[in-house]
Ligand binder design. Structure first.
Ligand code: HEC
Ligand code: HEC
Length: 390
């Protein structure tokens, strides 16, 4: 992390120009009527419930995007968790996403046809996997703005060799073809479009023109008759509407800062949280005018950081098992209100509260965590008030 904190402080003051929603679930302000229409129609796609007849499966995790991203409304975080796998070969420092064996995402359900043919009710974990990771469902508000942040902005924050000696050494992940990644907890996927299109087939088994191949079950070819719907199962126009919905969802409305919250913002900086949770990024050019050259207060640098061995699970791309993307903190408070069960924080939901999530920071974040732990009771509460306002 190279940029001095002063710049971030100044940037926070410039927040006024942010493309925030006035109501959760609204699109970014300033859309053209055609974009607005695309957004509304895209919401229908996001909520669309697939059946085996309309393309669901044969292997899948849920039957609608909004079945998982649902709290308190479509596009939000959710209680569903899924399993990801990969294999790390230390000998050649290579991370194998086990694509041929059914990875990296394990499908937890199968259609009745596939169950009848193979006699299994979920995808098995490949024997080659060296780790199995649990992944909770994150919120997606404001992610279209993160997609529009230029690579150069992310690279400018990287400090892989920790040249400034502050103990924090973020680095970008890279996709198989060398492009910089930013989506998913391991920042493996370069663009929002690819993530959305991939989610259709990976989470629901719904093929589209750019992802025409079904997920297999552990890499085995699908038996005859188990996938009766011809591929692609949805047309490109429907995929584009879905993508528009996710892309145009505005960041959650910001809660007004109480006095404690204002103090918390100072403590956030003096505890060096901003070294990874960079308060403000700027978007670059975009075909959508409303997200072009905008500040986005996402509180992330979109870089990977080593969070220590206690956090480690799978590798993905260049990310080692203990490296994770700085989780954006915008909308953090939403995860405190998940309807059923406990609220869940961190990549696998192991932290039951915001405070516990901070306590579990290790590795590059250990110094910053210790500052948090050393705060007075009042400053501790102030920090939490600030984080809940994001
Ligand atoms: C079975 C539950 C489930 C369904 C269904 C699902 N998702 Fe997700 N989604 C997840 C999980 C879990 C992650 C986190 C993956 C990770 O961390 O690598 C995620 C991550 C994402 C991300 C990246 C967010 C980030 O933090 O970078 C996007 C974008 C996304 N989903 C869009 C969609 C779309 C669009 C659909 C429907 C086509 C969909 N999802 C369906 C569970 C689901
Ligand atoms: C070295 C980089 C780094 C520093 C410094 C850092 N964080 Fe994080 N933070 C991360 C990463 C990476 C994650 C995601 C970890 C995961 O998904 O398991 C994260 C996750 C979180 C989460 C959980 C978010 C969620 O939705 O689950 C909270 C809350 C958080 N950080 C707050 C803080 C606070 C407060 C500070 C300062 C005391 C801080 N962080 C310092 C890198 C950092």
């Amino acid at each position: 992390m190279r940029r001095p904190a002063v710049v971030s402080l100044v940037a926070t003051v410039a927040l006024l120009g942010c493309a925030r929603a006035s109501k959760l679930g609204d699109p970014v302000p300033g859309l053209t009527p055609a974009e607005r229409e695309q957004f509304e129609q895209g919401r229908v796609e996001f909520e669309r419930v697939f059946t085996p007849e309309t393309g669901l499966g044969p292997a899948f995790n849920a039957s609608a995007c909004a079945e998982c991203h649902d709290s308190p409304i479509p596009g939000g975080p959710g209680e569903e968790a899924e399993r990801h796998v990969s294999a790390f070969r230390a000998s050649d420092l290579f991370c194998d996403p086990l694509a041929e064996e059914g990875g990296p995402v394990i499908q937890a359900q199968v259609t009745p046809a596939l169950q009848a043919a193979l006699g299994v009710d979920s995808e098995p974990v490949p024997g080659e996997a060296t780790a199995v990771a649990q992944r909770t469902t994150p919120g997606l508000f404001g992610f279209g703005l993160l997609d529009a942040v230029p690579d150069s902005e992310i690279l400018a924050l990287a400090d892989p060799d920790d040249r400034n000696g502050d103990g924090v050494s973020g680095r970008p992940n890279r996709f198989l073809d060398g492009r910089i990644g930013r989506f998913g907890r391991k920042a493996f996927v370069p663009t929002l479009k690819e993530f959305n299109e991939g989610a259709l087939v990976i989470e629901m088994g719904v093929t589209g023109p750019s992802q025409p191949t079904e997920e297999t079950l552990g890499g085995r070819p699908l038996p005859e008759g188990t996938d009766p719907t011809p591929d692609p199962e949805v047309e490109q126009a429907a995929v584009d509407r879905l993508d528009a919905f996710v892309r145009l969802l505005a960041p959650p409305p910001r809660q007004p800062l109480s006095r404690a919250g204002k103090r918390g913002r100072e403590v956030f900086f003096t505890s060096d949280c901003n070294k990874c949770h960079v308060p403000l990024l700027r978007t670059g050019d975009s075909p959508v005018r409303a997200i072009r050259y905008r500040p986005v207060a996402a509180y992330t640098d979109l870089l990977l950081h080593d969070m220590g061995q206690d956090m480690a699970d799978i590798c993905l791309g260049e990310a080692t098992p203990s490296e994770f993307r700085t989780e954006p903190l915008m909308g953090l408070g939403l995860s405190e209100h998940l309807k059923e069960g406990e609220p869940r924080f961190l990549h696998d939901g192991r932290a039951k509260s915001i405070e516990e999530a901070i306590r579990m920071h290790g590795g590059e974040a250990a110094r910053s965590r210790d500052r948090f732990l050393g705060l007075s009771e009042a400053d501790h509460m102030a920090m939490l008030a600030f984080l809940r306002s994001l």
